[in-house]
Design a protein around this ligand. Sequence first.
Ligand SMILES: Cc1cc2nc3c(=O)[nH]c(=O)nc-3n(C[C@H](O)[C@H](O)[C@H](O)COP(=O)(O)OP(=O)(O)OC[C@H]3O[C@@H](n4cnc5c(N)ncnc54)[C@H](O)[C@@H]3O)c2cc1C
Length: 263
Amino acid sequence: MVLEIVVMVKQVPDSQEVVIDPVTMNLNRSMTRNVTNRADENALEAALQIKDKVPANITIVSMGPPQAETTMIECLARGADRAVLVSDRAFGGADTYPTGLTVASAISKLDHFDIIIAGEESSDSSTGHVGPGVAEFLGIDQITYCSKIEFSDGRVTAERELEDGTEVVQCPTPVLVTMLLGSNFPRMQTLRRKIDATKKGIEVWNLEKLGLQPEWVGVRGSPTIVRRMQSIKERERAKKPVTLEAIPDMVKELYEKNILKVK
Ligand SMILES: Cc1cc2nc3c(=O)[nH]c(=O)nc-3n(C[C@H](O)[C@H](O)[C@H](O)COP(=O)(O)OP(=O)(O)OC[C@H]3O[C@@H](n4cnc5c(N)ncnc54)[C@H](O)[C@@H]3O)c2cc1C
């Protein structure tokens, strides 16, 4: 049996270069350098580690504009087998609800899937909604915030990091798992694979292929609207010159106000 693994990947603006369109209040993606969402690199590495042990196919699914192709090629160059970019003008401006619906619908069009792996959250909108949303739309189980996953005997065993410990969860497939940022060390792309990936290319699926209605997706299918955004001006901290002689009195004041404690 060959295990079918789907990895959900989002291309995000480099967090150092985020530009907001002052009129639409949307991210101006054309003004920024785009990179693969870091937690999704961990999701792909988790899939590759399963594939190191059992026969598996890894399919990357991403909803995004045509430039997301570079991220798909990068994932193929790291070891994924197939890449499907879901791209159509109708998907633009989607909030997390139609994003989940669209990605779930693309995954349901694949012949078969056993494990879906997503990142815990994206570095641009950071809601963490999309993975769980996809599981709900597909009606499958989910294990979120995982630091480690393994597959054997038709079951996924996952370690979830909690505030006060680690929870070990076991679940039969099909299941969706979200991986924590930094949960593993993503392997490098190889030049050979990059050349092969560029030659092979990626599949691009549009609204018609998914069979969804235009009013269900993109901005039309989004129940949330960003009304207003505001830049916050950082207040400069007041600087107070201090003499060495004043320090004992300042320490005493902090002690009296219960800010400093003496053991
Ligand atoms: C109120 C609101 C309004 C918004 N309006 C707009 C808007 O008008 N225009 C706009 O461009 N954006 C908008 N966004 C951003 C948009 O909702 C998100 O970019 C998108 O829905 C994904 O959500 P997220 O980034 O929070 O992903 P998260 O839920 O944080 O991502 C978790 C994981 O899901 C997977 N994933 C996420 N997105 C994708 C994807 N596209 N394809 C494949 N896998 C994916 C990845 O594995 C990722 O690690 C809005 C967001 C909010 C909260």
